[in-house]
Design a protein around this ligand. Structure first.
Ligand SMILES: [Zn+2]
Ligand SMILES: [Zn+2]
Length: 177
């Protein structure tokens, strides 16, 4: 992996992307920058569900990605879904270069709690690490602390580390290019 680019998909809270970029640069030891443009995702809105179809956004992102292995991670405030599931925290191309993460259900406010910036940024990092793992070909991991564990609630998500278990890390190191 040469570098990571972050892309705002729709309007994203100021500062969130810069903070995430700093964390990902530190974790992966590669350069990580925020792209200037914003991807409008209204084409992916299902007006009946009030949610955005993540696969459609990923497909659009693929046309914006560089072909040198640089990962393109979209961050959105929109609530995402895939047709078979009520919602997804994110989605990625398995062994591809594009990944997408939604902050929508990572916010404590979504669950009727007071906003907590620290909690939100930690969850965002864990989810970005998870989706990036899929771009390295990683599938879901049975270690609950591993970022690659499959989670459908923030309670389970908060048990995960913003990093990979030794087995997942080995696969990433071998596919690093
Ligand atoms: Zn996953
Ligand atoms: Zn693992």
């Amino acid at each position: 992996m040469k570098a990571i680019h972050l892309l705002a998909v729709g309007l994203v809270q100021t500062g969130l992307l810069d903070e995430l970029a700093a964390s990902l640069a530190r974790l992966f030891q590669v350069s990580c920058r925020v792209r200037k443009e914003v991807l409008d995702a209204e084409f992916a809105l299902d007006t009946i569900r009030g949610q955005y179809q993540s696969s459609m956004i990923l497909a659009r992102m693929a046309s914006l990605a560089a072909n040198n292995g640089t990962r393109l991670v979209g961050i959105t405030e929109h609530d995402l879904y895939v047709p078979v599931l009520t919602f997804v925290f994110g989605e990625a191309q398995l062994s591809g270069v594009c990944a997408l993460v939604s902050a929508h259900r990572l916010r404590d406010e979504y669950y009727g709690l007071p906003a907590n910036a620290g909690t939100l940024s930690r969850r965002l990092v864990v989810e970005a690490v998870h989706e990036l793992g899929h771009t390295f070909g990683l599938r879901h991991c049975s270690m609950w602390q591993c970022a690659m564990a499959s989670t459908h609630s923030v309670e389970r998500l908060d048990l995960k580390e913003p990093g990979y278990c030794p087995a997942c890390r080995r696969i990433i190191l071998n596919s690093r290019e």
